[in-house]
Design a protein around this ligand. Sequence first.
Ligand SMILES: Cc1cc2nc3c(=O)[nH]c(=O)nc-3n(C[C@H](O)[C@H](O)[C@H](O)COP(=O)(O)O)c2cc1C
Length: 352
Amino acid sequence: MNLYRLVRPVLHLVSPEAAHDLSLAALAWGLGPRFQAPEDPALAVTLWGKRFANPLGLAAGFDKNARVIGPMMDLGFGFVEVGTITPRPQPGNPKPRLFRLDEDHGIINRLGFNSAGAEACAARLETWRRGGRPGILGVNIGKNKQSLDAAADYGEGARRLGAYADYLVVNVSSPNTPGLRDLQAAAELDELLDAVAEALSGLDHPPPVVVKISPDLSDQALGDITALAAAGRMDGLMIANTTTDRPQGLRGRDRFEEGGLSGRPLFAPATRVLAACWRATVGKVVLIGVGGIGSAEDAYAKIRAGASLVALYSALVFEGPALIPRIVAGLGRLLRDDGFTTISEAVGADHR
Ligand SMILES: Cc1cc2nc3c(=O)[nH]c(=O)nc-3n(C[C@H](O)[C@H](O)[C@H](O)COP(=O)(O)O)c2cc1C
């Protein structure tokens, strides 16, 4: 029986943020499901010298404060990303700040980096690492709203948290922190990346650094970023964060709330930007495709467009945790239908 079918009506009775808090509490209590899909070697991906059991991950924002890493790994994800974590704790924006667009399978959020801060999160990450459990862990860092020195904030995040990360994400694309997306400009990004590299330089095994970008960049700005990527200034690009655009045809009552839109309406625009990044960087950096994935077909389309890894968040809210093993199994089938024997053969196939 699909337990989520029973629980969902209750979760959809309370506010979206209360539903999220309840879900996190249940997961932390060990009430989440466990899916032990048989491992399919065709789905395993090795990147940056690390082995991902499958290419589907949990995107940032679900487990901002690293509370439920183990329970999320148990859902069958190939990797889990925590954050965004800011150096110092901060409350985020006033509520309400999270809206579900049921008719559109979309979500609008303007949470504004509510974060327990790097110190509290570092303690949880330390505990997770000491447990020695397998699973690839991404750590996503940002800046405090009040901070005047962005580079110093990203440097501090990298210094405090870098040692726990299998990969580190520099998030410069959330629309809910004033000025944050301006850090995507080449000069600013260059400075941030220097600060992060400096902070990681003391580590024996510094994590690869991934930059997470907005789907709303101009062609010029995107060109600047992919040029930096192609020049080896970062190890990966994550495409994309939420959009401030409101595509035609949205129906949800709250569609004009301020904030970033995610879920199904983001799929097409984010996949277009992903494909553009592939064309500009072919093979030089790892691309991670995020935005609107709700099925195996969606995940596979991102891979064919150029993603070596994919991740999701919003669809979990609409479909529940059983979606994860469904997508992973479906990916294996789609791969074989196209005559591929490994995921890496399918990466970028649309461009060949
Ligand atoms: C409620 C919510 C909170 C989010 N918080 C973050 C965040 O803290 N940091 C970040 O990089 N992305 C955040 N995101 C963006 C997601 O990681 C992802 O890039 C985006 O939602 C697109 O994927 P999806 O359509 O599968 O949700 C958030 C998304 C949602 C819905």
